[in-house]
Design a protein around this ligand. Sequence first.
Ligand code: GDP
Length: 439
Amino acid sequence: MFSDLTEKLNDIFKVIKSKGVITEKDLDNALREIKFALLEADVNYKVVKDFTKELKEELKGKELEKSLTPGQIVVEEVHKKLTEILGGQAQPLTITKTPFIIMLVGLQGSGKTTTAAKLAKFLRSKGRQPLLVACDIYRPAAIKQLQILGKQINIDVFSKENSKPEDIAKEALNYAKQNGKNVIIIDTAGRLHIDDELMEELERIKQKIEPDEILFVADAMIGQEAVNVAKVFDERVGITGAIFTKLDGDARGGAALSIMKVVGKPIKFAGVGEKISDFEPFYPDRVASRILGMGDVLTLIEKVRETENEKEAKELARKLKKQQFSLDDFLNQLKKIQKMGSIAKIIQMIPGMNKVKIDDEESFNKEIKHIEAIILSMTKEERQNYKILNASRKRRIAKGSGTRVSDVNRLIKQFIEMNKMMKGMNKSKAFNLMKRLGI
Ligand code: GDP
């Protein structure tokens, strides 16, 4: 997600953090480069302009010249502003009534059908009873696709032949009421381009069933066009939020960074891969952290919670809180990540690991084997306290693991970096997390 932007911003921060004093010229240079980086990531021009202008004003008021860590202040301010343009406070999907009706709209190929299934599975994991509804009557393949996905995740799909979409939606509503389904997710038809006929159809469905949420599904790969299309859907049908798909891969992500400011609607979820589990609620501050290469420990813990058990997630949170994360835990975490799948995505959530490039899972698995061999060649004491690793110990470990001393050094460096990042984790965030996990 946003990897090019992350790389560029990190380069800019590296320069600015290396300065003991930041002059106005340094700041102007950095702001200009931030501007280019955002434009290159395809963020809307006006959004970029406002972003840098406001950032400059904020930073002027911070009296950077009086600070001992002026670079850090710049980074924090960029984080704050990024969070703001991504929507500020998270606005999660809140189910307020039964049955709760969610209608997904968007262009063909944006990922609506896949997202419908992802959302259904997500809501079921939160204790809901979802029903999927196939209203894309023009493409039999779309109905079939939803049925296949529904079967795969064991969630009912309502469909009907020779009926109008609005009638299917209405009947699905009755079916849901009679069958104890408390959330309805409607997959509507899309077109390659916006056309009147499609909009009218969506309006009719809306009128007939009065959805609680109309979520615009946007393909992040199409860039700014996604924002323009969102605007039209909002004007015609009225959307309540957006789901960005394909935020994995090469998407520059600028559309996701522009939609809140341009259309004024929050992003509720992000699709980050083709698998049904590649789906996350969208938290602006966490995404801002990821863009800035600070990792996203909170989402990582939630992922552990989904795949592992509650006890392990609590233990991980406790260790993070007490900063007792050892090399053993590091290895454990990496192995769990291996099990969770989608390694490339998850690894980015670990603070300090955003620079690890994963070209293919196979080489990553090899890398984990290396790390495992190195850590297992250490004594228990060394694993708990890497600081005792002197040159001769490192030579022994390298020999024992069939690696080189430089590999051992690299691993230690990564581990130190990660610990440093975790220490920098916002205290209130950590506290909130503990509270949520009941610690
Ligand atoms: P629809 O026409 O809007 O219903 O789109 P589909 O759900 O059929 O998705 C179109 C293509 O996008 C499919 O090949 C999906 O597998 C793919 N897709 C959907 N969401 C994502 C995502 O988050 N990441 C990636 N990489 N592919 C996705």
